[in-house]
Every structure is written in C-alpha cells, then in structure tokens.
Design a protein around this ligand. Structure first.
Ligand SMILES: Cc1ncc(C[n+]2csc(CCOP(=O)(O)OP(=O)(O)O)c2C)c(N)n1
Length: 626
C-alpha cells in the first residue's frame, strides 16, 4: 500500500500521477473505515482528498503553511503528515484530534474548529514572513460555507489591499453543513457555470508559449494586465474588486490540473484566490447521496451507510417542535439559525414556518443583531446557536440585545461538555460570559421537562433570555416535589439535607442527586437544590438553604472562573454568611476530545467524583474543627 510509505509529504513527491491517484483512493478508504468505526466528519474530508494531496505535492510543508478553515476537512492532511499510524485513534481520548492542532503536529499550521478564521490567520503569517524576510508560501483552505462568515470579508478586504503574497483555496462544494445560503453562494454558482475558463486561459497561454521567440514574453506582458485579461475571460467581479487575482473554476478532483494550477500560483507574487470545485462525500456512495447526513456522522455500517446505533433524541428537536406549535398561534415567533438548521433542530421549525425561519449562514454576530432588529419591531425571535459558536456574538448580545432590553431568546445548544469535537467546541464558557450581562436571564434546565417549561415561560417574557442545554435530553421524571410551575429566577428544592447543600445547575442536578444517595450511604445528609436560573439567582432559597449546613457545594458544567459558583460565593459573602463553599465545575484548562462520560469523569463531575470530593472536603473541615 502506498499510504504506508508516506511518512511525510516529501515522500509524495517521488510518486507519479498514476500513483498519486492510487494514493487518493487509499486515503479515501482509510478515512471511510476509521470514521465508520468511531464517527467523525466524513463528507467534507472525502471531498478534499485530491486537493490535499496536490497542496502537499506542490508546496513544501511545514515550511510552507497550510491553514485550514474549521479544520474538519483535515483527515487526508493528517494521514499524509505522519499520523497514519495513529489515525485509528481519531477523536478518541488520548488520540489525535479531529481538527488541526498546533501542538499535535508541526504540519498543523494553525489550530482551528470555528469557521471563517483561515484567511485572517494566513494573512498574519504572510505579513510576518514579509517582516522577517522569509520565503515561505501561505495557503488558506476555505470552504464556500465558511465564506458566509463575516471574518472572511474582513480578511479579504485587508489582504486584497495589502498586496501580500498568499493563496486562498476556495473549496466550493455548494454545501455548508446544509446546502449553502446567501448571495455569494449564488455568485459562486454562476462562476462554476462559466466552465472552461481555465481551459480558455491555458489555451491562450499554450498557444502563445508555442511561439518560439515572442510567445513567453508576450504572455508575461499580457499577464501584467491580468485584470483586463481576467475580465475578458471570466466574469469575476467580486474577488478582483477586493484585490485578489482570481483563478478558476478548477476541477478539484483532477489531480493533474490541480498540480498545474498550484505550481503556477506558487510563483505569483500577490494575493490570489483559486476557486476549486469539489464534490462533498466523493467516492463513498452513501455520502455522495446524503452529504448532509454524512457531514458529521456517528459510527455506521460500511456496506449500507446505516448508523450502527439509533440516533438519540436531541434537546434541539424537542425545542423546535414546541416552538413550531407556539408559532402556530403567535405570529411574532420566528427562528434564526447560523448555518446549523439540522444540528439545532430548527429544520423542524423551518418545515412548519418557512417564512419565519432564517438560515443566515455562518454568521453568528449578524444572527444576533438581526434578531435585535426584529425584536425592536415587535417580533419574538429565537436564536438557536451552539454555546461554543455564540462566543462569537458576545458584543452583539451585550450591546444590541441586552442594552436595549429586547425580548430575544437565545436557545443555546451543546452547552457543557461536548465530547469528541474536543477543545474548540466545548460549551463550558457561556454561564461565565452571559452571567455578567445586566438584565439577561440565564437559565439551564435540569432535564427535557424543564427545558419545555422554560421555552413556554420565554414566550411571554418581555426581556432577553438565554436557555442553555446539552445535546441529549434526559428526562428525570415529574420531580420529587412535583413542583412543575416556576417563575423567572425561582429555584427548586429537590431534597433537603442537614450536613451539605448542593446547588446544582443543568445536567449536574441529576448527578448531584446520585452523589447525595452515595453520601447517604456514608452517613452524610446532603440536600440538592436545582438552581435552574443562574441569573437572576434565587437569593432567598440560597441564603435559606445555605444556613445551618456544614458545607455548601455548587456544581456546574461550566468553567469555574466567572461561573455560577462564583456567583454563589459572592451572594453569600455580600449577605455576610460565613459558610464553607466547595465549587465544582470544569477546571481551568481546555478539555480535549473524549466521550462526554469520560470528560465528565476527567473534570471530577460524575456522581462518584462529586460524592468523593464532598467527603474529602468534609473530612478537611472536620479535622480543622477546634
Ligand atoms: C463559527 C462557527 N459556526 C458554526 C460552525 C459549525 N460548522 C462546522 S463546518 C460547517 C460548514 C462548513 O462548510 P464549508 O466551509 O463549506 O466546508 P465543507 O464542510 O462544505 O467542506 C459549519 C457550519 C463552526 N465550525 N464555526
């Protein structure tokens, strides 16, 4: 097998085009095999196999920098850069990451996970090269989906006027996760349809270069007027206007052509954009047929593509169904997604109310401010965005929504530990970055019943509200005290205790209740309060239940810095209560890929760890007694 002989990209350079094509097939089958076992991003990776091989064949990585946008398409790159042997550990605990990571390999020029950053990072590297008088090339690989993100335009705008030598490879497969959206997507379609551009241009060059004396100089002279040349051959108004030399469209599965184009681009001393057309899922029939399903997949059977495990119900779908029903009788309700209609469940709302559902592309900032605009005119927008991606829109939440007290509801999916996507995707910062915003209600339901209740409450709530929940939708039953009605800011006592009182948030509620049972076996009486509102807090219940116990515990699936526990500490201190507090949460570091269960244990947030940590603290307190 050729793939076994590729230890580093220079090994590629010894291969013929025929062998490179064979290598592409081997890469595809390795990717399909490993992803079928453990899950991962499939369709995007299959689409860029030839492109990745061509880049590593033409350029000299790691001296030359390949910066991948999002990085979910980095599997072939990983296989070609010394990670073939470890590839079977992809996305698993202790294994290799599903995204490029600078600390994993020198070939991963830039750590990624969030979209639309590659052109900015690449421009930064190119400018550094120029300052340091370096020689290396910088190549940014960006999808057409990522190109819906605002950062790309900020970077193109800056790079275009800078005249800095860099190459943007636009990987156009007509898809984001779902079919791509927006006017630029339509523009790219028009460019794709102008087939033959590369052929026409090459035709001119080839004909000119055949002329023994004048051909080559004439072509070079003509190239100087490339803008005129380009508009003669192809109708690229957009990238040229931004200052980029546009080349394309190029067939992204034609290795010979790709290598030719990249070689030529390498010698060109200015910002260039090469428009490469690829097919998502290429080479594996189920993924070609269903690129959306195979964007990110759970383990599946190779033959049929059918999932090995039934897909679990998701909180997002539950919310979307409820929201659709609410919208039947409330014309104010609309839903906004930033390129994640399926992931957030909002495709369900879209089917029921297509005129009130907006997929704005990978544009979280725009999504939030657009919602503010709608709310200012009487709508009741629900903005469904994953916790990690909402980080992008902090300023818009703060200034545009909350400063104006507008009734926008944030449906924050994938909150807490997220599993195999690892560091860049953890939803463990939202309680910190939201809790500090004046006037924003921040809620975290303990289970799917509470989630529904919160969505119901949000309908008539007149201000901004954030509801954060994990992907899974646990159902804890009707509740020990059956207290099913609550108002904004109201917590719920689930069980009383005389030694310890645990104030828990979200998924930590059920784990804390299990921990309390564990502690009971050790003779410790621990009560549990569901602190479902992180802001505003139920001070009455906090102060009431914190008094008289030996230890107050807070438990949250969020970083400790700025989180719920700090809020409790502050409230207790300002009330003059001197009670020992143990704050449990995600430690002060980035949590790498593993299953959610493994990450929960790693952070000491599973039931047994919670019980153990409480026992240890009680012991310390006991020993410290006079
Ligand atoms: C800021 C941000 N929002 C959302 C996502 C989720 N996401 C991951 S890949 C993707 C689609 C990317 O499409 P494209 O760039 O065209 O790459 P393709 O998968 O089609 O190769 C989205 C929306 C993300 N990674 N970052």
């Amino acid at each position: 097998m050729l793939i076994e002989q590729i230890h580093e990209p220079t090994d590629l350079k010894k291969l013929s085009i025929k062998q490179l094509k064979q290598l592409c097939e081997e890469l595809r089958s390795e990717i399909v095999n490993v992803v079928s076992e453990h899950g991962g991003h499939l369709a995007s990776n299959l689409g860029v196999v030839e492109l990745t091989v061509a880049v590593h064949y033409v350029f000299d990585t790691p001296e030359d920098k390949l910066v991948m946008d999002v990085g979910h398409q980095s599997y072939a790159h990983k296989l070609l850069t010394g990670r073939y042997g470890a590839f079977h550990t992809l996305r698993q605990k202790g294994g290799i990451s599903g995204f490029p990571q600078q600390d994993e390999s020198e070939y991963d020029a830039f750590t990624a996970g969030h979209a639309s950053t590659a052109i900015s990072a690449a421009l930064g590297m190119a400018r550094t090269r120029d300052i340091m008088r370096g020689e290396y090339d910088v190549v940014a690989l960006v999808g057409d989906g990522a190109l819906t993100g605002g950062m790309c335009y900020e970077a193109l705008n800056d790079a275009g006027q800078s005249n800095t030598r860099m190459i943007v490879l636009l990987n156009d497969n007509e898809m984001s996760i779902a079919p791509n959206v927006g006017a630029l997507s339509r523009y790219l379609t028009r460019m794709r349809q102008s087939k033959g551009y590369i052929a026409v241009k090459h035709g001119v060059r080839d004909r000119l270069e055949k002329h023994p004396r004048f051909g080559a100089p004439l072509y070079r002279a003509l190239s100087k007027f490339r803008n005129n040349l380009r508009s003669f051959f192809v109708d690229d108004k957009f990238f040229s206007a931004l200052g980029f030399a546009y080349m394309g469209p190029v067939d992204g599965h034609d290795l010979r052509q790709l290598i030719k184009v990249l070689r030529r681009a390498r010698g060109y001393d200015r910002p260039q954009l090469i428009h490469v057309v690829t097919q998502k899922g290429r080479g594996y029939q189920p993924a070609e047929d269903h690129p959306v399903t195979f964007h990110g997949v759970a383990p599946f059977f190779l033959e049929s593509g059918a999932r090995k495990r039934e897909g679990e119900a998701s909180s997002g779908k539950v919310v979307a169904r409820q929201l659709s029903d609410m919208a039947d009788n409330d014309i104010r309700i609309c839903a906004i997604t930033a390129a994640m209609p399926m992931g957030t469940g909002m495709d369900i709302f879209q089917q029921a109310h297509p005129d009130r559902c907006f997929d704005v592309g990978i544009a979280e900032e725009h999504a939030v401010t657009m919602a503010a605009g709608m709310a200012s005119q009487g709508m009741k927008p629900y903005v469904a965005i994953y916790s990690t991606f909402l980080q992008r829109a902090y300023d818009q939440i703060l200034v545009d929504v909350c400063r104006n007290g507008l009734p926008v509801t944030f449906l924050i999916d994938r909150a807490g530990l997220v599993g195999e996507d690892g560091e860049t995707h953890q939803g463990v910062f939202d309680l910190s970055y939201l809790r500090s915003i004046p006037g924003l209600v921040v809620a975290a339901p303990r289970d799917v019943r509470d989630l529904k209740k919160l969505v119901e409450i949000s309908q008539d709530y007149g201000g901004p509200m954030a509801i954060r929940y994990p992907k899974g939708c646990e159902d804890m039953g009707p509740g020990i005290q059956s207290q099913r009605r609550f108002s904004v800011g109201q917590w719920e006592l689930l069980s009383d205790g005389s030694d310890v009182m645990i104030f828990a948030v979200g998924r930590m509620v059920s784990l804390s209740m299990q921990a309390a049972i564990e502690l009971m076996g050790k003779g410790v009486s621990a009560g549990v309060v569901d602190a479902r509102f992180v802001a505003p807090m139920d001070r009455e219940m906090l102060l009431g239940k914190a008094s008289g116990v030996r230890l107050v515990v807070t438990a949250e699936e969020n970083v400790l810095a700025g989180g719920f526990g700090e809020g409790v500490l502050d409230a207790l201190a300002s009330a003059g209560m001197d009670v020992p507090v143990l704050t449990l949460g995600v430690p002060d570091r980035f949590v790498a890929q593993a299953t959610v269960a493994q990450q929960t244990v790693e952070c000491g947030l599973d039931a047994l760890s919670i019980a153990r940590r409480i026992s240890e603290r009680l012991k310390e307190l006991g020993e410290a007694r006079p």
